[in-house]
Design a protein around this ligand. Structure first.
Ligand code: TPP
Ligand code: MG
Length: 399
C-alpha cells in the first residue's frame, strides 16, 4: 500500500515566522500563558502548501495567538483522551453496539471550529464524538450517550453514532454512509433562504466519497449557489478497505468537477483553520466548495476491527511519529516558549482526571425510561406520528 504517499505530505517541517514581538519569556507560568496574551500574533507556515482545483489556494501563512495554540493543544488532548477512554469502556462492555473512534483526526474538528461560529452548521457521519465536543458538548453528555444513559446528548437513545447538539448547530451523527451530505445541503438551503450569512460543513469519509447521492446533492447545491462546504475526511481507509482498492481517483478535492476544491493537510490544525476560513468566505459568495482533509485514524474502523489486517503496524506508528496533530502543536508551543514541557504534561494529567470524573458521573445516570422508546422519533405536529401495530398511539400500548 502507498505508505510513501501517506508519509509524503509531512516532509516539510513547519517553518515558523514570528511577528511582531519576540516570543514571550520562558519563565511565564502556565496560567499566565493560558490566560493568554492576545497581542502577540504568530505567523506560522502550514506543513505543506494547499493544492487547489479550479481555485487559487489560500496562503500558507496562518496567524495564531499563543492563547489559540494553547487551546488547540488542550482541545485536541481532551478529544484524544475521551476516545482512549471510550475504547476501554467498550472493552469493559459498558459501551455496546457500534463505536467509531476519532483519535488521529482531532485537528479537523478543532481547526474547523477555529474558523467558524456556532451559528454555522455541521453534520457528519457516525465518527461523531469529537465533532460534538468541538461544538461545545460536555464530556459527561458524551460518555452518558455512549453508555446509553438518560443524561446523554440524545437522551441515551442514539448511542455512539447519533450525537446531536442542535442548539450549537450540530445536526448529527448519521449511520448511513453519505446520507448526511444531502441533509447538509438542505441545511445550507435553509441558511440561504433565511439570508443568515452562515454556512454548513457537511463531513464524509473517503469511502463515502464514492456515493451517488453526494453528486446529486452537489449538483443542485452548485446550481443554487448554496453555502455548503463538503469536507472529505480522507483517513485513507473505509471499512476494512484501503482507498486504493475502493476509489479509481483518490483526488477527492477534484471530485466535484465543476465545483472548486482544496487539498489540506488535515493533521495540521492551522492548515485546517486557514482552509475552513477560506471555504466559508468562498461559499457565502459563490456556493459550494470541497475540502479534502488528508488525515489518519489510529483505531480500526470500528471497535470490531483491529485495524491491522489491511495496513501495517509500521504505517500507523510512522504516522504517529511524523504527523500526529497534537505533537505538532506541542512542538509549536515549546518552540515559541508559550509553556514548558512539564506544564503541558500537567495539563494532560488534569485532562485525564476530568475525563475520569465525567465517566464516573455518567455511570451514575439511569437508563432511559421504557416509555421513552417511541418519543423523539418525529417532530410533533408535522403530520407524522408513531403508532403501535394496532394503530393506537404508542403511549396507549406501552405499560
Ligand atoms: C449505505 C451504506 N453502505 C454501507 C455501510 C457500511 N459502512 C459503514 S462505514 C463504511 C465505510 C465508510 O468509510 P469512510 O467513508 O471512509 O469513513 P470512515 O469510516 O473512514 O470515517 C461502510 C461501508 C453503511 N453504513 N451505509
Ligand atoms: Mg475513511
Amino acid at each position: 500500500m502507498a505508505v510513501s504517499r501517506l508519509a509524503s505530505s509531512t516532509s516539510t517541517v513547519s517553518k515558523l515566522l514570528l511577528r511582531p514581538l519576540s516570543a514571550p519569556p520562558f519563565s511565564r507560568s502556565f496560567s499566565e500563558a493560558a490566560a493568554g496574551d492576545d497581542q502577540t500574533v504568530l505567523t506560522i507556515e502550514t506543513s505543506v502548501p494547499f493544492t487547489g482545483h479550479k481555485i487559487d489556494p489560500p496562503s500558507r501563512s496562518v496567524e495564531a495567538t499563543p492563547k489559540e495554540l494553547f487551546s488547540f493543544f488542550r482541545d485536541m488532548a481532551v478529544m484524544r483522551r475521551m476516545e482512549i477512554a471510550a475504547d476501554s469502556l467498550y472493552k469493559a462492555k459498558l459501551i455496546r453496539g457500534f463505536c467509531h473512534l476519532y483519535d488521529g483526526q482531532e485537528a479537523v474538528a478543532v481547526g474547523m471550529e477555529a474558523a467558524i461560529t456556532k451559528r454555522d452548521c455541521i453534520i457528519t457521519a457516525y465518527r461523531d464524538h469529537c465533532i460534538f465536543l468541538g461544538r461545545g458538548g460536555k464530556l459527561v453528555e458524551a460518555f452518558s450517550e455512549l453508555m446509553g444513559r438518560r443524561t446523554g446528548c440524545s437522551k441515551g437513545k442514539g448511542g455512539s453514532m447519533h450525537f446531536y447538539k442542535k442548539e450549537a448547530g450540530f445536526y448529527g451523527g448519521h449511520g448511513i454512509v453519505g446520507a448526511q451530505v444531502p441533509l447538509g445541503c438542505g441545511l445550507a438551503f435553509a441558511q440561504k433562504y433565511s439570508k443568515d450569512e452562515t454556512v454548513t460543513f457537511a463531513l464524509y469519509g473517503d469511502g463515502a466519497a464514492n456515493q451517488g447521492q453526494l453528486f446529486e446533492a452537489l449538483n443542485i447545491s452548485a446550481l443554487w449557489d448554496l453555502p455548503v462546504i463538503l469536507v472529505c475526511e480522507n483517513n485513507h481507509y473505509g471499512m476494512g478497505t484501503a482507498e486504493w482498492r475502493a476509489s479509481k481517483s483518490p483526488a477527492y478535492y477534484k471530485r466535484g468537477d465543476y465545483v472548486p476544491g482544496l487539498k489540506v493537510d488535515g493533521m495540521d490544525v492551522l492548515a485546517v483553520k486557514q482552509a475552513c476560513k477560506f471555504a466559508k468566505e468562498h461559499a457565502l459568495k459563490n456556493g459550494p466548495i470541497i475540502l479534502e482533509m488528508d488525515t489518519y485514524r489510529y483505531h480500526g474502523h470500528s471497535m470490531s476491527d483491529p485495524g491491522s489486517t489491511y495496513r501495517t503496524r509500521d504505517e500507523i506508528s510512522g504516522i504517529r511519529q511524523e504527523r500526529d496533530p497534537i505533537e505538532r502543536v506541542r512542538k509549536l508551543i515549546l518552540t515559541h516558549e508559550i509553556a514548558s514541557a512539564s506544564e503541558l504534561k500537567d495539563i494532560e494529567k488534569e485532562i485525564r482526571k476530568k475525563v475520569d470524573e465525567a465517566i464516573a458521573q455518567a455511570k451514575e445516570s439511569p437508563m432511559p425510561d421504557p416509555s421513552e422508546i417511541f418519543s423523539d422519533v418525529y417532530v410533533k405536529g408535522y403530520g407524522t406520528e408513531v403508532f403501535g401495530a394496532d394503530r393506537k398511539e404508542v403511549k396507549a400500548v406501552l405499560p
